[in-house]
Design a protein around this ligand. Structure first.
Ligand code: EPZ
Length: 417
């Protein structure tokens, strides 16, 4: 198993080009099932994307990946389609569930492995199945698989999600574009990645409107050669912003859309982080005095759960006690025991973490547990005394393209062994 060795307390400076969004690319790759020829550019070359491409190939699609151009062409000739998403591919990458909607919509049946839980929580899919049933799907669960059929096709319907879910919203949109008649969804997730999926589907002729948390969808979509540039990864952007606030003389973050992280920017400003913000790039500077703050994670446009572990590191350097309430996942504080081993003063009660700062962090042997927790250990290591060694960094490779290269280019002392 590979690990990262990081010698902390080096002042960073330089430029980081932010990659495309993993969480926008995944549903758009699932949507390529509905089209014959699709080019997607600005994709992040991370393991979750390669796993999704393996899944599309398993289903019967073809693809040509250009690592040099960070782009992929996906072809669906509709030949030898296998409407199966097997456990071996879905267990490592939960977003595999997103092929359920398009397979059902286009081939009227699908057999999808239940994704199973992961480190941060049980990750049920009841909301996905609830909505697809409303569109007329017959769903049975047996031997760890979802068997879904819609022999006479899907029918548009009015659906109100009992709880907000990014994946369930995406899966339902992907099914509804091929349903007969109009579908009206309410209480939807409205993350930028969902807006990007909608923008993609509109290129195929879908009529989709998003108003507050209401999304109306009317198909059909036509098959035509289209290309789509994926939005920047706002979580990677937020991660390096926090990294810069912790350890950089000046970090220039490029290839971004700063309007995707308004909430995060306002929180960082309140904490005293110095930034120069323009539409396409942000410069961030190590801030002398970091102020404490209380935040809670919420669905977009609230503060994202995917940045909770990262902002916690900044809070360890803030004067006083900061608070984070994690409202989205039931077990997303696994980075806390690892950070404690580095000297962080953090208490967790129920779903709230209390962080006392400023605290001096010292290097240690630590273990990554999930994608975003892993990167918070990298951020902590950058400001910790001496050396930190981070184990199980395959978690990092699922969602951060060239992490150590990007940081080494900014003077970080980090190496993979
Ligand atoms: C997406 O996961 C993201 N993944 C997650 O990012 C992100 O943390 C999450 O949205 C919340 O923003 C992708 O986009 C690939 P949810 P998803 O459905 O769709 C519960 C990362 O690090 N729920 O919005 O699975 C669920 O358990 C990943 O890139 C149900 O109860 O998240 C959770 O508590 C981690 N029933 C809450 O809703 C369901 O059917 C939000 O989950 C579905 C979800």
């Amino acid at each position: 198993m590979q690990k990262l060795l990081i010698d902390g307390k080096n002042i960073l400076s330089g430029r980081i080009s932010i990659s495309g969004s993993k969480n926008a690319t995944l549903p758009i790759l699932a949507a390529t099932i509905l089209n014959n020829k699709t080019i997607i550019t600005n994709i992040p070359l991370v393991n979750d994307i390669f796993t999704m491409l393996d899944l599309l190939k398993f289903i019967g699609l073809e693809y040509k990946l250009s690592k040099k151009k960070n782009s992929v062409e996906v072809f669906n000739s509709d030949k030898n389609i296998n409407i199966l998403a097997p456990y071996k591919l879905v267990k490592t990458m939960r977003a595999g569930i997103l092929v359920l909607g398009p397979l059902l919509a286009k081939y009227k049946k699908a057999k999808i492995s239940l994704p199973g839980g992961c480190a941060i929580g049980s990750r049920p899919v009841d909301l996905h199945l609830f909505a697809l049933k409303k569109l007329g799907a017959k769903i049975k669960i047996k031997n760890g698989y979802i068997f879904a059929t819609a022999s006479s096709g899907l029918k548009g319907s009015k659906i109100r999600f009992p709880r907000i879910s990014v994946g369930a919203t995406e899966n339902t949109i992907l099914a509804a574009v091929q349903a007969k008649g109009k579908t009206i969804l309410d209480n939807c997730a409205i993350e930028p990645e969902i807006h990007d999926l909608v923008k993609f589907l509109k290129k195929l002729g879908a009529k989709i409107k998003i108003k507050k948390r209401k999304i109306t969808i009317e198909g059909p979509i036509v098959q035509k050669k289209i290309s789509h540039k994926v939005i920047c990864d706002r979580i990677e952007l937020g991660t390096y912003l926090i990294g810069g606030a912790l350890a950089a003389k000046k970090l220039n973050l490029t290839n971004i859309e700063s309007n995707l992280i308004k909430k995060e920017i306002s929180i960082l400003k309140k904490m005293g982080v110095q930034m120069k913000i323009s539409k396409k790039n942000i410069k961030v500077f190590k801030s002398k005095k970091i102020r404490k703050i209380n935040i809670k994670t919420e669905p977009y446009p609230g503060f994202p759960t995917d940045l909770q572990a990262q902002i916690m590191i900044l809070m360890t350097q803030a004067k006083g006690i900061s608070k984070i309430k994690e409202n989205i996942f039931e077990n997303r504080f696994m980075h806390v025991p690892e950070l404690r081993r580095m000297g962080a003063k953090i208490e967790v009660k129920n779903n709230t973490a209390y962080i006392t700062g400023p605290s001096l962090l010292t290097g240690a042997e630590v273990m990554a547990t999930d994608l975003r927790a892993s990167v918070s250990l990298v951020l902590a290591a950058l400001i910790a005394e001496k050396r930190t060694s981070i184990n199980r960094i395959y978690h990092l490779d699922r969602g951060y393209q060239n992490l150590e290269k990007k940081l080494i280019n900014c003077e970080a002392r980090i190496k993979r062994v």
